[in-house]
Design a protein around this ligand. Structure first.
Ligand SMILES: [Zn+2]
Length: 574
């Protein structure tokens, strides 16, 4: 049994993780959280909320998981959210082409085309691992679960592949909420779906999973000089840069450089302060939920693995015994890719007006229409033309004036109709104008967290085997049960006192469990195994002086305090 199996065994027995649909044989890529697992996961999420909503000032939104086709067409997921697929000609089993190749030969398939993967399979005569049969040609498989809205499948839709899009398409409302004052951001926590071809990594690769994503909208000129960066600039982190990953002369250890964030930005390793800042927030969150610092590193995406929208991206990777380093958080600069795409596809203006630090005087064309002529030519549409001309930005205006000079005419396309404008319709002259601001499409910095992988790593990093016990050394922030309460013996009024104390702890918002079965040592062990930080025993002394024994999980130290100080003591420690 390796560590992974031991943890899965414990988590099944003690109600953390269960195979979904188990009585029907189970399906890979789906897991249930049992009673303690659900609390653990929610504690992870609530700690995340504390960091992003309370500390960072984001607000949470909650949008549908069913997403119409147009949204994901615009975002690029219909085209790009794919994996390479091979099927066996004989047993028809499906596999990920890149995984099958990497399992057979020592090669990196990242960024390879279908054709290149196909050639690798043929050249190395790679066969079906199940039956030894030959593969059909490599094809692409879209990883979104398709569905439809309403009867008859008329409105195509998908289960969302990420929570981010829900934020982008509500950008106008979010901007309005923040009164258009950049920077601002929204977060979303919820289910996302990825129809994995053949998930074989247990709880690490799920088909339905929980994401927590933040979209931080920012004026792109402010990425370099990010106000909050000052507070984290000295944080030192283990960084695995793209450059070092590609440097063959370095050993695996040498590739990872421990460096302060300010040095990393100064040396051009991290693209800018805004990304560096959210890398720091990520570290703080992971430490609070009990991730082992020695099992955390930040790895930069290589150019060929960068998502279709990203300009720079760093993953927080956590070390697991069986699967090695796994990606748990991505901090990406998505630029204005998504907003531009939705602007283009929806026809809605998603720009934000940004005030300049000081008014600027510029030279710009001002137009005077020959109303008589224009009215005669365009009749009722003359007003549309006038309005459209007012809307032209400086660049378009220059274009128009130049075209009239050189060609004597210009075609202006508007949403209502095209106008052929002749030179004699207007006079244009340059005037000095005071400009107070300008319209921009904000860029977005996105921290994106895979809550299930993180929750699994919390369990694995907390898992300890001493010679006489198994302990889940959860951090106080995430431990599901906070206090175990035991009567030493089931008589002399001890059960009643213990039950009262348990109730009092619960009234104070602390999850406490009462346990009166078996020897006291067994009861401690049961609580250690689910990571309960404190146990309290009601014993003979309690009857005499109203004091109880508190025992701490990690140190196993025991000491006595008055029963009426238990609640404040525990609250203080948590
Ligand atoms: Zn086969």
């Amino acid at each position: 049994m390796d560590k992974y199996d031991k943890i899965i065994d414990l988590t099944k027995r003690r109600g953390f993780l269960w195979n979904s649909f188990e009585i029907y044989g189970g399906i890979a890529g789906f897991f249930d959280y049992g009673p303690l697992g659900a609390i653990l996961k929610n504690n992870v999420i609530n700690t995340w909320r504390k960091h992003y909503i309370v500390n960072e000032g984001f607000y949470e939104i909650d949008s549908p998981t069913v997403t119409p086709y147009e949204v994901l067409k615009a975002s690029g997921h219909v085209e790009n959210f794919t994996d390479p697929l091979v099927e066996c000609k004989d047993c028809l089993e499906s596999f990920r082409a890149d995984h099958i190749i990497e399992e057979n030969i020592d090669v990196d398939t990242e960024g390879k085309t279908l054709q290149e993967l196909q050639e690798m399979i043929e050249k190395n005569n790679i066969r079906c691992p199940k039956c030894g049969g030959e593969f059909k040609d490599v094809s692409t498989f879209n990883l979104m679960f398709a569905t439809s809205i309403g009867p008859g499948g008329k409105r195509a839709a998908f289960m969302r592949p990420e929570t981010a899009q829900g934020i982008f398409i509500q950008f106008k409302r979010i901007s309005q909420f923040f009164r258009n004052k950049l920077p601002y951001g929204a977060v979303q926590i919820g289910k996302a779906y990825r129809n994995e071809i053949s998930p074989r990594q247990g709880v690490i690769r799920l088909r339905e999973f929980t994401q927590a994503e933040g979209e931080f909208f920012i004026d792109s000129r402010k990425k370099e000089n990010f106000e909050k960066f000052e507070s984290v600039k000295d944080m030192v982190l283990p960084l695995l840069s793209g450059k070092n990953q590609e440097n063959e002369s370095l050993s695996a250890e040498e590739k990872i450089v421990r460096m302060s964030l300010s040095d990393a930005v100064k040396n051009g390793i991290i693209a800018h302060e805004a990304i560096a800042y959210y890398i720091a927030v990520t570290k703080k969150f992971l430490m609070e939920i009990g991730i082992d610092e020695s099992k955390l590193r930040f790895r930069q995406h290589l150019p060929n693995e960068m998502a279709h929208y990203a300009a720079d991206c760093w993953d927080a990777e956590l070390y697991t015994d069986r699967y090695g380093w796994i990606e748990c958080v991505g901090v990406a600069d998505r630029t204005n890719y998504d907003l531009l795409a939705h602007m283009k596809n929806s026809g809605d203006d998603l720009s934000v007006f940004v005030e300049l630090d000081e008014d600027k005087e510029v030279e710009a064309y001002e137009i005077e229409l020959n109303y008589k002529l224009v009215g005669r030519t365009f009749k009722g549409d003359a007003k549309v033309l006038e309005e459209s001309l007012k809307e032209l930005d400086d660049k378009k205006m220059e274009e128009l004036v130049e075209a009239l000079e050189t060609e004597g005419k210009y075609v202006l396309k508007t949403c209502k109709r095209d106008f052929e404008i002749l030179k004699e319709y207007l006079t244009a002259k340059k005037v000095k104008k005071i400009v107070k601001g300008e319209k921009i499409i904000p860029h977005v910095i996105e921290p994106s967290y895979g809550i299930d992988r993180i929750t699994y790593c919390v369990m694995e990093h907390a898992f300890k085997e001493d010679e006489d016990r198994t302990v889940m050394g959860f951090s106080n922030a995430v431990s599901p049960i906070k206090v175990g309460v035991f009567p030493l013996v089931n008589k002399e009024g001890m059960p009643e006192i213990a039950m009262d104390l348990k109730n009092k702890l619960r009234e104070n918002g602390l999850i406490a469990e009462y346990d009166d079965s078996g020897a006291i040592g067994r009861r401690y062990m049961r609580m250690d195994e689910v990571g309960t930080p404190f146990c309290i025993t009601i014993d003979g002394e309690t009857l005499k002086d109203r004091s109880v024994t508190i025992r701490e999980r990690d140190s196993r130290e025991q000491f006595r305090i008055p029963i009426n100080e238990v609640v404040p003591y525990i609250k203080d420690k948590l």
